[in-house]
Every structure is written in C-alpha cells, then in structure tokens.
Design a protein around this ligand. Structure first.
Ligand code: PRX
Length: 653
C-alpha cells in the first residue's frame, strides 16, 4: 500500500527526534478546525441523503445537533447503497462459528435478510422510536437485527451476551424496551451459554417487555412462554421480502448503548443517525484506509461500542467485508485467530492490547504457523498499549510491514478521535502513543484549572469543539449528561482520561481520572462493583481498587469490612467474589478480596481509592493528610500484607 513505515525507524524509537505529522494531515486538521461546518458538509456528501440538511450544526452547549433537517437511513447506507452497485455480489459478512462452521453473506443476501427481519419487527407492531433490546451471541443475526431496527427507525440497545439477568433488566427497564431478541443459547469454549434462560430471568423483572424473539442457534430445548415468545423462524415464514427504509431525521436516535461511569447505574449513551454515520464513515477512511475490497476484522463483541462502529456501521458503510467470529480467541487451540486471518485473507485487523498481551504469552510460534501476509494494517483499542506489546504485535503479527493504528475513543465519542491516519498520509509512529487527533477533533491536555499544559506534563484530555459522532444525550438523564461531560471544564467535553503531549506534539493516554476501571479493556464502574458486594448481608462496607495486571491491564481488588459479629472466612470470600459476577457478569469477577477493619476515607467520608490502589499495587501511599483516620491506612496495608502471604502460601509459592 506504499506505507512509509520503515521498521528501522519504528523500532529504534526516536528520543528527541522532532517530527510533526504529515503536511497533508496538518493542513486537513487545521482546515477542519477553522471551518468545521464546511469541512463536515464535505464529508457528509459522501453519504446518501433522502433530504440534505438545512444547516450543518446546531450547537447549544452542551447539545450539538448535526445536519439538522437532513433525512437518511443507516440501513440504507450500509446495505441498500451497495446492492445498487457491483458490490451486490461481493462478501459483506464472513461468519465463523466456534466449532468451525462458516456462513458467507453477500451484500444482496444481507439486503434480503435485513428486509425480512425488518418485516418481522413490523409484524410484531414495532414502530419508529421503539426500543428493542438485543441479547445475542456473535451470530450474523445480531448485525442483521441491528440494521433491521435502523431500517424502520427503531432504536436498538445491544446487551453484551456475557451480562447477567440483572444487568439485562437494568438496561431494558431504563429504555423501556418492548421486545428482547435472544437465542436458545450461544457457544463459549465448547459449552452452551443459556441465553434464553437468562433472558427469562431478566424478563420477570421487566414489565415493558411484550415479546421475546428467539433465534435457534444450539437447538437445545428451551422454555417458550405462550403468547410472549416467538421463534424467529416462524415469524420469518410470514415476512415480506421488502420493507421500505424509514427516512429518519439526522438527529433521530440510532441506538442506546450502556456504559459504566462514576455512578452505580450504567449510563445509556444515545447516538444519533446522521452525525454518527458521517463521523464513522470518515474516521474509518482516515484511520484504517478502509475500502470496499478490505477484509476487516474487529475482534470486539458487538455488545460494545467498538462492535457497533467497527463491526457494523463503519465497515459496512464502506462496502467492506467484515469477519464475525463467534467464539473464544484461543479455542480450541491458541492459534484460532491467526487461522481465521489466514482463512479469510484479513487485510485490517483490530483488537485490544489485552488480547495482544495474552497471545504474546502463548508465544510467536503460534502466529508463525500461519500465512498472515494478507494483513496491511493493524489496530489497537480500549486501553493503552505498552511498547513491549506494540513491538510484538508489529513484528509477529504485522511482519514488520503493517502500521499499528492505536485508536483512542469512547462509547460516548461514537468513533475514533485520536489515532494515526494512514488513510490521509503515513507518519512516524511511536509505540504507545495514539499520535494526533483526527481531523475535526479539537483535543488538548489541560491542568485542573483548564489551562493548556506544556509538553511533558500530565493533565486532563478534553475536546474543545463538538464533533459529529458525539453522543446526543444520556438516555433519560440529561442532568447526568451535563454533569458528567460538560461541567468539569465548561464549554469543553471532559473525557475522564489523563493524557500528555510530548515535545513533538504526540498524545499519550495515561489512564482514567475517575472511578472507572479498565479490566481487559472492559469499562467497569467501581460503584457498580461496590453496590454488588454491599448487597451481601455480612458486608458493612466495600471498596474497590485496581492493581496492574500483566495481561488484563488492571485487575479488581476488593477491600471489605464486615458487620459486627461476622468473622472472615474463605466461604464468605467465595460468596463475595460471586456477587459482581451475578449482578454484572463474569467480566466483573474480583481477582482478590481482602477483609479489613476499616477503610481509608477523607474527612468528608469519601473512600480514598488512591490509597487502596497504592496498597493493592505495593506502592507508596503518598500524602495522606486528608485522611479521616490515618490508622486505617496501616490497617489496610497490614491486612493486605498478611492476606497476601496466606494466599501466596496456598498457591504453593
Ligand atoms: O480510558 C480510555 C480507554 O477506554 C475508555 C473508553 O472506554 P469505552 O467507552 O469502553 O470504549 C472503548 C473502545 C472505544 C477511554 O476513556 N481507551 C480507549 N482507547 C484507548 C484507551 N486508552 C488508551 N489508549 C487507547 N487507544
């Protein structure tokens, strides 16, 4: 592809080498900030509109509305548009089941399926604006249902298939979804995950749910509630072949996706249609140089924002082929992913640093067994990538040919914000740096007062101008929206991330500023975790800290005080570990639980997570002058150390 990324330049990291980004990028970025409306209008013209906008941006802080008055349809952008061209007969989806079965869908097959699925939704009385919950494994029906919802203007809310019944119920109740779409089960490491049973448990807590649509995946018998539950196949028998796409307003919500924040309840991030699609279409061209002939594989689950933008809306809007893999990454053998890359000729591969670190542990002999020469570009997302993992990825997966695009973004930003832009022009990469903001993104690093930081100084990452992919709101909680993103630095979007710019202007992401953990790239709120644990009748207080983990980035450590008269025991510990799994899902499983006499708090009663984190990581505790009760730090430390010894001995170390 003519990338100028000499491996010698990339691996011999330039210390002190001054290198600004490419001229073309710099010119484009500058132009986008000087005239954002003109810039985004040009980008928006790359999509099909039923009606063009009356004006580009309506910015009434903190609400930005893009392409106001315009009408379009997301399903049309991702499917119908292609069936009018030669792409009708090209691959849209390569699906690989965990057991090795394959389904290949062309764009015309996808067109037929989204129409039939949209007709199924209409048969059940779904109308524009209705919320539909999807709790599905990674099967083609998942993107097809998302697109079918978009086709008729319904708003989908995808719930990660690893979430528990309680987590489903919280999301369904918040959106008041009328329908849940699930499957008789899913496969994970050869085992069946009982998705229908979990849905049934959730549905008991959800009065808004009128119907449950069930996809047959495993063929296992599942209970079906008469009048409420419908097999998809029986509904498809009666479906129409064509359903006209609804020409929705640009600002019409496309989906609600829940993510963790600083409160105990996940936030329903609302994304619109026009701004979201324009932004994603553009950033995937810049960051990934995606084209219709690309075979694009993002390994995320569709249940996360990465899955929404990087599996469904962006690659399909470009007419690329996507790979969708159902199962565990290292199952049945640890070269499963490398086998899939070889089998489908993947050209762009996008994954998380946690996955890279896991495969690094398995060793390079596994990718070496496979021909990975189809790869042109590699991506990383979700957490900072450490230089060692970067180098391994670059060398052993990318064969020292492929640039690594380290992309920073969030559920709220809708699409990639900071990343190299080889689709505009290659630049020198620095392992561990996301390089620069993409065009249209006005990012900077500021101190606590909002003043721009000099190079080398850590501060808060903020975005000073609205961008088209920006969330519309928090579902049903406008105050939380204002408070979470727009109150810390008035007029600017607060990301909740620490960052630094170096002497060359490159951005480095340095972790979250708030009470949000990143465990294996998954975003988990500490308050959600603590709420789960304090629900145990023996627990008085619980506090979570994270600890660095060589593979997962961070791991979950709990400090727990017990109610008077309750003694610590290993069975109690087991019950506590089980609670976050039950309330949230397996991704929230604590790695360590320590019983302590009291928790370190500020004078105002706030738990000092900084102290817990330091203690959990074996670091110095730092300045403790704001502690209410300094002895409790010693207490936590002592408890940690003695418990540590016990657990180490039990492992035989
Ligand atoms: O802390 C940042 C981290 O992930 C957070 C967003 O999480 P989520 O909404 O789940 O979206 C993840 C995938 C888009 C950010 O606030 N993060 C994401 N990408 C990076 C990152 N940290 C460092 N480098 C990245 N490339």
């Amino acid at each position: 592809m003519g990338y100028d990324y000499g491996s010698d330049r990339v691996s011999s990291l330039p210390t002190g080498l001054r290198m600004w980004p490419s001229k073309r990028y710099a010119e484009m970025h500058l132009r986008s900030l000087q005239n954002p409306e003109g810039f985004w209008a040009e980008e928006a013209r790359k999509l099909d509109w039923y009606k063009t906008w009356d004006h580009i941006l309506d910015w009434k802080p903190p609400y930005a509305r893009w392409f106001v008055g315009g009408r379009l349809n997301a399903c049309h952008q991702c499917v119908d548009r292609h069936v009018k061209t030669w792409r009708r007969s090209k691959v849209a989806i390569y699906w690989e089941g965990e057991a090795g079965e394959t389904r290949v869908l062309s764009y015309s097959t996808l067109f037929r399926e989204v129409n039939r699925f949209a007709s199924v939704l209409k048969q059940l009385g779904v109308r524009k604006g209705d919320r539909i919950a999807l709790y599905l494994p990674m099967v083609p029906e998942l993107p097809i249902f998302m697109l079918a919802c978009a086709r008729i203007g319904a708003i989908h809310t995808v719930i990660f298939s690893g979430f528990s019944a309680q987590a489903i119920a919280d999301r369904v109740n918040d959106t008041q979804a009328r329908i849940i779409i699930t499957a008789d089960g899913g496969y994970r490491r050869g085992n069946i995950v009982a998705l229908k049973e979990i849905t049934d448990e959730a549905a008991k807590l959800c009065p808004s749910v009128e119907k449950v649509i069930v996809i047959k995946r495993t063929g296992e018998p599942v209970p079906m509630a008469a009048g409420r539950d419908w097999w998809l196949s029986s509904l498809l028998d009666k479906s129409e072949m064509l359903v006209k796409p609804e020409a929705v307003e640009s600002t019409h919500p496309l989906y609600v996706l829940y993510t963790s924040g600083t409160t105990g309840k996940p936030k329903g991030v609302v994304h619109g249609t026009g701004g979201y699609l324009v932004f994603n279409h553009s950033v995937y061209e810049w960051a990934f140089n995606i084209r219709e002939e690309s075979v694009y594989w993002c390994t995320a689950d569709v249940g996360w924002v990465t899955g929404h933008s990087s599996i469904v809306y962006a690659p399909l809007s470009h007419g690329a082929a996507i790979v969708l893999y159902e199962g565990a990454p290292d199952y049945p053998t640890v070269d499963r992913w490398w086998d899939i890359i070889e089998k489908y000729g993947v050209t762009i591969f996008y994954t998380s640093p946690t996955a890279v670190r896991m495969f690094m542990r398995y060793g390079e002999e596994w990718p070496l067994k496979h021909d990975l020469s189809s790869l042109e570009l590699l991506g990383s997302v979700g957490e900072p990538i450490n230089p060692e993992a970067w180098q391994w990825y670059y060398k052993h997966i990318g064969g020292e040919r492929c640039p690594i695009v380290d992309t920073w973004w969030q559920t709220e930003t809708g699409g990639i914000m900071l990343s190299p832009a080889p689709g505009i022009e290659p630049i020198l990469l620095k392992p561990g740096s996301v390089t620069f903001p993409l065009p249209g993104v006005d990012a900077t690093v500021v101190d606590a007062e909002g003043n721009e930081n000099p190079p080398g100084q850590r501060g808060f990452l903020i975005i000073r101008k609205p961008w088209p992919g920006m969330l519309l709101d928090i579902y049903g909680a406008p105050e939380l929206y204002r408070e979470s993103y727009w109150s810390r630095f008035p007029g600017s979007y607060y990301t909740g991330d620490f960052a630094m710019r170096d002497e060359d202007g490159y951005f480095w992401l340095l972790g979250r500023t708030d009470e949000v953990l990143k465990v294996a790239g998954h975003r988990i709120g500490t308050v959600e975790l603590e709420d789960a644990v304090v629900s145990h009748p023996a627990v008085a207080e619980a506090a979570v800290a994270s600890k660095p983990d060589a593979v997962k980035g961070e791991s979950i450590v709990f400090f727990v005080t017990l109610k008077a008269g309750v003694s610590p025991s290993s069975s109690l510990k087991k019950e506590i570990v089980e609670l976050p799994r039950r309330v949230i899902g397996a991704i929230a499983t604590p790695d360590e639980v320590y019983f302590v006499q009291s928790l370190p708090k500020t004078r105002s009663g706030k738990i000092m997570r900084r102290v817990l984190k330091a203690v959990a990581s074996g670091q110095s505790v730092g300045d403790l002058t704001t502690l209410e009760d300094e002895a409790s730090v010693e207490d936590v430390k002592k408890a940690y150390q003695s418990l540590r010894k016990v657990s180490d001995t039990s492992k035989g170390n």
